[in-house]
Design a protein around this ligand. Structure first.
Ligand SMILES: [Zn+2]
Length: 113
């Protein structure tokens, strides 16, 4: 359900933008996927096009890139990139850290005609 909510949010944003510019022709949407988000580029595409059926966004080109997850160590306050291979702070080896980005999905740009 979380995935669908997210897709809906992104879809709403795209459609609102088109609406604002009084066009129904959406050419391209660039999306950034955090590495810890629930999507892979492929699954995001599938969800997106499924949700876009019957809307002006159904034939839009999707450009998806991912960005790394970043965490901040609670003990030494340093920031580091988080991937599945890293589950502790590389500076002080603490396992106490908070994820500060990488769970999000956001629209980078919307290209209209
Ligand atoms: Zn640390």
């Amino acid at each position: 359900m979380h995935e669908q909510g997210l897709i809906k949010e992104i879809m709403d944003k795209v459609l609102r933008e088109a609406d604002k510019h009084k066009t129904k022709k959406i050419v391209k949407v660039k999306v950034k996927l955090g590495q810890l988000s629930h999507f892979t580029p492929q699954s995001f595409k599938e969800h997106f096009y499924y949700a876009a059926q019957g809307t002006p966004a159904q034939e839009v080109g999707l450009e998806i890139s991912s960005f790394p997850a970043v965490a901040r160590c609670i003990r030494c306050h340093k920031q580091f990139k988080l991937d599945t291979a890293v589950s502790f702070c590389p500076f002080c080896q603490s396992i106490d850290f908070t994820i500060i980005s990488g769970k999000d999905v956001f629209v980078e740009s919307i290209e209209l005609k």
